[in-house]
Design a protein around this ligand. Sequence first.
Ligand SMILES: Nc1ncnc2c1ncn2[C@@H]1O[C@H](COP(=O)(O)OP(=O)(O)OP(=O)(O)O)[C@@H](O)[C@H]1O
Ligand SMILES: [Mg+2]
Length: 244
Amino acid sequence: MLAKPRSVVFANSKGGVGKSTLALMASLGIATLHPSSRVELIDLDIQKTSSDSLRRFENSRFSVLENEDFFLNSGSPNNGNLINHMGSDFPYRNSQKYIIFDSPAGNEPSRSTFLSHSDLIFVPTSVGDADVFATLKYLGELQELFGKQKTNIDGPPPPVVLLPNMVDSREEFNELRNHFTKHSVYFGKPLYYAPVFRRAFRSDENDTSVAKLLQQAKPYIGWLTDLIARADQLPLPPKKLFQL
Ligand SMILES: Nc1ncnc2c1ncn2[C@@H]1O[C@H](COP(=O)(O)OP(=O)(O)OP(=O)(O)O)[C@@H](O)[C@H]1O
Ligand SMILES: [Mg+2]
């Protein structure tokens, strides 16, 4: 077990690429597949668009944390408080804690220095030109942040894993991957487009649709949660795009 919580961030400046959906799948995945874990989901959207509807999933191992101290008056992340929170698990308990951050569209890495202190950054993207363009820009901004912070932080920056989402076909997946070949980040398995995702996490939806989704996406969720559990074993940033 690690001495501190493991922190994972779902981020992209582009809206609607699946950050919230994937953050919730990862949270529920860890809580159900890793019985000796505790999962805390933190919604970094000041509007709290998702956290309200997620309360119904809360139990002894999954909680949704809301804390005004995580925000500055401007609505930007309060990096100091976030970094403190990520650094310790108090009161200490005998199970590994995971902190999963969902972040809003428009997130700017330069204002989110807490990103460098996380253990893993997932960048969901989908296949539209606008999504690819925004994601490429976001990757550049992340590298800039890591470059600036290098001197202040011990150890390498967190691994960055692109998550291709809402993919229609294998051809589309390959096409998407080609856009990122020169980037020194990891490339995840594809999550295909499926209508069941559209409804599952709405607050007015019954839990059968969530159960159905978790069942249907089981192999993907298993892959994602394993990756989170062994994030420290990912080697240093790959020289170029590395398909996981
Ligand atoms: N694989 C998928 N197949 C079909 N629909 C999907 C899939 N992934 C996500 N969606 C749907 O796409 C929409 C956007 O997803 P989501 O809200 O997770 O994106 P987001 O990046 O969090 O958006 P925002 O930036 O607005 O917070 C939602 O309606 C969601 O249900
Ligand atoms: Mg969202």
